[in-house]
Design a binder for this molecule. Structure first.
Ligand code: BTN
Length: 244
């Protein structure tokens, strides 16, 4: 049971993007916690302008509209709350350890099992969450097979997308109501303490990720010893030691 997460819910068989639909609904005044779910998306959106594969019945494709009572400067921290919530929900239904890669990719082993896209719409934030649940390896496009995985590829437990949605909404509500997650996020984020390659449009460098600052930037000590703050919108991160 939740108090506000999922208080209104629109379910579609097919939609272009649940995030896009949630943004329209936000403009019409949808309340905090309103949810859009689809069985399949024809134009699922990923971070940094990428697309998100969302085949019918293969995963949880959900957007939740948030109007959290937080300060404007705390909004960049929202992705971390959603990442913890999604990781815990996925772990509970699959009984498998889910790792968080900064800022909010979820990995199973070294492959991505879920992605999160936050978009602002007026004073609302749309958190779009895509979890690969039922795909087999051959269901992914060839170019994604090394990088992507699904919960089912790693577990014998029967997976219910409906149960995953319920767990996710419960965890999101808990994380946002508590609003005390930054230390836990830093402890659980696999990126922190590892060597990373930072890929920006104009620049690339290697270093060690040392933490998150209060603006949500990842702090990376480069090989000259200088600490640089990098922002999720501007860079991609690769694990130098093998993760995606
Ligand atoms: C990423 O690139 O890792 C983020 C992927 C986010 C995908 C989800 S699926 C539900 C919601 N609707 C979208 O169009 N995108 C998000």
């Amino acid at each position: 049971m939740t108090n506000w997460a999922g208080c209104r819910r629109r379910m579609y068989d097919t939609i272009d993007s649940t995030n896009k639909e949630a943004r329209l609904w936000a403009r019409q005044g949808a309340p905090h916690g309103a949810v859009i779910v689809a069985k399949t998306q024809t134009a699922g959106r990923g971070r940094q302008g990428r697309t998100w594969e969302s085949p019918p019945g293969a995963g949880l494709w959900l957007s939740i509209l948030l109007r959290p009572a937080i300060k404007a400067e705390e909004i960049p921290l929202l992705p971390f709350a959603i990442a913890l919530a999604a990781a815990d929900a996925c772990a509970r239904v699959s009984r498998y350890e889910i790792r968080i890669k900064w800022p909010n990719d979820l990995l199973l082993g070294n492959q991505k099992v879920a992605g999160i896209l936050l978009e602002k719409e007026g004073d609302a934030v749309i958190a779009g969450i895509g979890v690969n649940v039922n795909q087999q390896e051959t269901d992914f496009p060839v170019e994604l097979r090394q990088k992507a995985t699904s919960l089912k590829m790693h577990t014998d437990v029967a997976l219910s997308i409906a149960q995953l949605e319920n767990e996710l909404l419960r965890e999101i509500e808990k994380r946002l109501d508590d609003w005390d997650f930054l230390d836990e996020y830093q402890q659980r984020c696999m990126t922190i303490g590892t060597r990373v390659r930072v890929l920006a449009v104009a620049d690339a460098f290697d270093g060690v990720a040392t933490g998150i600052d209060s603006t949500g930037a990842l702090l990376v000590r480069d090989d000259t010893g200088r600490t640089r703050a990098v922002y999720a919108a501007d860079v991609s991160i690769r694990g130098v030691d093998g993760y995606v």
